[in-house]
Design a protein around this ligand. Structure first.
Ligand code: GDG
Length: 505
């Protein structure tokens, strides 16, 4: 998109996130230290920005010449413009600054694979039994939040809008508040659910996290339910905080935080455009590559390999579907694309093994010489292939046990340019609150009901399929990533102008 197309940000923007928007990596073997000094640019590749957030924010960052601060987990440590490890991005235009924090292996293990993903992820997704509270993880989480804070303080001015992303940075807002000029606005988007007080009571250092988050002027969640639960937790676990339910504000320690729900969308135009350019041959060679029969109806699942995504429950429903509908054997193929993530956490490793063995078992049960019911791959697909697959899929199955939003459901809708795909969607996702009644709703744990909906999706009359998809497309295009950002910036403007936000210095 042209830089001037982006939503209007009320100040100079500093985005702070765990992951970097562009990842720098060596194309071959990393050069030795001695080589590094003289290595030419051609030995580095810069990955295309892939995340929805980067795609959405890129034009805004370019227009405002902002700063993006993130953990630099790419390989390359050169190309920097100054001693603070800053690089100019995007690679060809160099419009804004990416500042990459170097974290030690121990810091990453404790802050990222520890407190963030062994405590906060299961806690917020309501899996308290999976919380692993290892000693030192919280201390490292605090230390890394301090590192992010120091970096923000280097760049912040009185008119900065500091916009933090996600659960890796819950302590940083208060630290930042104490380190930046008083005119700066601090906002935070929490991409995952917020749990009920009953679950939150299992949180180690729960009070510190609430205090940290209340350093924000604005705290946003995808849906109202999470925002309400956050207020419930503050009420219950943070003495001294005053919650105003009508205004959705919390006053604490001399500051006021506005808590809102603004659900995130996708770059719908881009999914639409890429899907339209997918041609028949591209799809057919993709099918050949993965041994997918060319002429069967296609179901699709696409997830990180994460226990919250409900993949085993989905496989159970597919098995039940084939049990009950033998006529569909050989006529319907389910393609499951799973991306391994956080594999050095044992829970994830075990979950991956379970998924792979269930796929094998179900395939053995129903397969024929020419057909497998489930085609499973862990390859990362380029965006073009992904969009081609979305477009070709007759039924998209999104069945998480809990999911903050779920972008895949919306991407599928945006890429369904022929208007005849069907979305089967778990009622436990944020996406269901936007799309629910026009998708086919499932409770992912109700195997029988889930199997019935799969059958319904496949046998739905074409006019109903089209009617539903038409409405889904309107919703997804009206609430796309750009409108989400405009809403964020509108809220930032409101809290920025709010005289009640003046904080103690
Ligand atoms: C968190 C919250 C919330 C996956 N495989 C490939 C690929 N992907 C892309 C998808 C999609 C993204 O990964 C996954 O996004 P989700 O929203 O589905 O899930 P989380 O990773 O858990 O994200 C979630 C989100 O944050 C945003 O706030 O919605 O609730 O958990 O964009 O397309 N992309 C490509 N190839 C792949 O193989 N190109």
């Amino acid at each position: 998109a042209a830089a001037s197309d982006g939503p209007d940000c009320p100040g100079s923007l500093i985005v702070v996130s765990n992951r970097e928007p562009y990842r720098h990596a060596y194309e071959d073997e990393p050069p030795t230290d001695a080589d590094a000094e003289t290595a030419s640019d051609t030995s580095i590749s810069v990955d295309e920005p892939t995340g929805g957030l980067t795609a959405g924010l890129d034009p805004v960052m370019q227009e405002t010449s902002g700063t993006w601060i993130a953990w630099g987990d790419g390989d390359a440590d050169f190309d920097v413009t100054d001693e603070r490890n800053c690089v100019a991005v995007p690679p060809e235009d160099e419009e804004y600054t990416l500042r990459r924090l170097e974290l030690s292996e121990e810091a990453v293990d404790s802050y990222y694979y520890g407190f963030s993903n062994r405590v906060l992820w299961p806690l917020c997704h309501d899996f308290p039994d999976l919380i692993e509270d290892r000693s030192n993880d919280f201390e490292w989480y605090r230390t890394v939040n301090e590192q992010f804070t120091d970096a923000v303080a280097d760049h912040a001015t009185d008119d900065s809008v500091i916009w933090l992303q996600d659960y890796h940075l819950a302590l940083a807002p208060r630290m930042i508040r104490e380190s930046v000029p008083p005119g700066a606005t601090i906002a935070h988007f929490w991409h995952i659910p917020w749990p009920s007080p009953t679950t939150y009571q299992h949180c180690p250092a729960g009070g510190h996290l609430l205090e940290g988050l209340l350093g924000n002027d604005l705290l946003s969640f995808h849906v109202e339910r999470y925002a309400d639960r956050f207020l419930d937790c503050v009420d219950r676990f943070l003495p001294g905080a005053t919650v105003d339910r009508a205004q959705r504000t919390v006053s604490y320690d001399g500051g006021t935080t506005r808590v809102v729900a603004t659900s995130m969308g996708v770059d719908a135009d881009s999914y639409d455009r890429v899907a339209r350019s997918a041609d028949f041959e591209q799809v057919s060679s993709l099918f050949e590559e993965y041994d997918i029969p060319q002429d069967t109806a296609i179901g699709l699942g696409l997830d990180r390999l994460d226990y919250t995504k409900g993949i085993p429950e989905r496989l159970a429903a597919i098995e039940r579907f084939f049990e009950w509908n033998p006529d569909w054997r050989g006529e319907f193929t389910f393609v499951q694309k799973a991306t391994p993530s956080r594999t050095n956490i044992e829970t994830y490793e075990r979950h991956g093994e379970l998924v792979r063995s269930e796929v094998q078992r179900i395939n053995r049960r129903f397969e024929t010489d020419a057909w497998q019911p489930i085609v499973y791959t862990e390859d990362v697909l380029p965006n073009e292939a992904l969009c081609a697959l979305y477009r070709r899929a007759d039924v998209m199955v999104v069945s998480p046990l809990v999911d903050g939003m779920n972008l895949v459901a919306q991407e599928y809708v945006a890429a369904s340019v022929d208007g005849d795909g069907t979305l089967v969607l778990s009622d436990r996702t944020g996406a269901h609150e936007r799309l629910g009644s026009h998708a086919l709703t499932i409770d992912p744990t109700d195997t029988d009901g889930f199997a019935v909906q799969l059958e319904h999706a496949l046998s739905m009359p074409p006019h109903e399929r089209r009617r539903r998809m038409n409405t889904l497309r309107q919703r997804v295009f009206n609430g796309d990533i750009e409108s989400w950002m405009s809403t964020q910036f509108d809220w930032i403007r409101r809290v920025h102008g709010d005289p009640g936000r003046k904080r103690r210095r």
